[in-house]
Design a binder for this molecule. Structure first.
Ligand SMILES: NC(=O)c1ccc[n+]([C@@H]2O[C@H](COP(=O)([O-])OP(=O)(O)OC[C@H]3O[C@@H](n4cnc5c(N)ncnc54)[C@H](O)[C@@H]3O)[C@@H](O)[C@H]2O)c1
Length: 349
């Protein structure tokens, strides 16, 4: 566990790399809610870094992340710059021995995500990916129910998600941008809820709508329908989970969850946002995932208890690549499995 740096208020010292759209709207608002100080703020566009530091309390501004790390020596680093940067910067950060949190996707490919996993293991530090579904209270509770004896094991799992506003279709090399950038969330969700996948068969209508059939290692079956032909003004995000006869869990918008046996409600997660207690950053998993990182840095959460660690994210990347390969070949595909060499097994926590 990394040592907590002494500080007059016992605050954890973070560096933040990335001051763009998602970071500014969803990650930065988490910091005042957590026991952290931002000792360094970095963006290639230094004006953005200065803006965010001024608005949200960053102590020093940089365009060069290596210089920032060398000068500030933080307890941990948060990176939100895009998959290539998560990989390239992430690898350096881990090699320097700093715990790392990146936005998704963790890298452009599963093999590169695996390099991050290996680097984290070598440095014996946490590397986690912001796969927010694994941190959303409704999903965490749904998983607990589906693993209960009463539910009787997963039979079938269906996920439907839509996005809007695609601009990538004609850009060479970016045909699968939607699948990687957006669909990686429901792909990760399928693994989180259903466990390891044994076989994938996928078809695409162009590269902006996909229908995927999944066979889980448990024998359960699943479907994943993802389309960019929706709209973010009214996205569709629905999950249905079946277990014992008559047992069903339904999740809506990643926030609302119900468990029914026949027509009888057994459990409901239905947060109310109209009261002061309502907290959408928490319910969507944005706050809870950054909080998990900070708790680990403060010695309050062991590595095994942090969701969306890089070893799990690698499998989500492998499932993304299997879907892509199945679309391209028209054949069922077995996702690649990544495992650490036995020689170093047990070296990392
Ligand atoms: N979890 C979610 O729901 C969600 C939603 C949207 C985006 N994202 C992810 O967030 C990431 C960022 O997306 P965005 O829309 O905010 O992008 P963006 O382009 O708005 O922001 C990226 C920022 O990173 C900076 N940057 C790039 N390379 C850098 C480097 N080497 N050093 C320092 N700064 C660098 C850029 O200057 C820019 O300010 C992507 O990986 C995206 O997939 C996640």
């Amino acid at each position: 566990m990394p040592a907590v740096t002494p500080d007059e208020e016992n605050l954890t010292r973070l560096c933040m790399i990335g001051c763009g759209g998602l970071a500014t709207s969803r990650i930065w608002p988490c910091f005042p809610r957590l026991p952290v100080r931002l000792v360094g703020v970095c963006d290639l566009d230094e004006a953005k870094a200065r803006r965010n530091a001024r608005r949200h309390g960053g102590e020093a501004v940089y365009a060069d992340f290596e210089k920032m790390l060398d000068e500030t020596k933080p307890d941990g680093v948060v990176v939100c710059v895009g998959p290539q940067g998560h990989y390239a910067l992430g690898k350096r950060i881990l090699e320097k021995g700093y715990p790392l949190y990146t936005e998704k996707p963790p890298a452009p490919t599963a093999a590169q995500a695996w390099e991050l996993a290996e680097a984290a293991r070598k440095s014996n530090v946490l590397c986690m990916t912001a796969f927010k579904y694994r941190h959303a209270p409704a999903l965490v509770k749904a998983k607990e129910i589906l693993e209960s004896t009463e539910f009787g094991g997963l039979q079938a799992l269906n996920i439907l998600r839509t996005a809007g506003g695609i601009q990538h279709l004609d850009k060479p090399g970016q045909q699968y941008h939607f699948l990687l950038d957006f669909c990686i969330h429901p792909i990760d969700e399928a693994l989180f809820l259903g466990g390891p996948v044994q076989s994938v068969y996928a078809v695409g209508r162009g590269t902006d709508s996909f229908a995927v059939t999944l066979v889980y290692a448990s024998g359960a079956v699943g479907g994943l329908t993802m389309s960019a032909r929706g709209t973010f003004k009214r996205p569709i995000d629905r999950v249905e989970i079946l277990g014992n006869p008559g047992h069903a869990i339904e999740i809506q918008d990643q926030i609302f969850m119900s468990y029914h046996v026949e027509d009888q409600p057994k459990y409901e997660h239905h947060p109310r946002f109209c009261t002061a207690g309502g907290d959408s950053l928490k319910e969507t998993g944005f706050l809870t995932e950054v909080e998990a990182f900070v708790q680990h840095l403060r010695g309050q959460r062991p590595l095994e208890a942090v969701a969306s660690r890089i070893d799990e994210s690698v499998q989500s990347m492998a499932l993304y690549e299997a879907i892509r390969k199945s679309v391209e070949t028209g054949q069922p595909v077995r996702p690649e499995v990544f495992a650490h060499e036995p020689a170093v097994a047990g070296a990392a926590r």
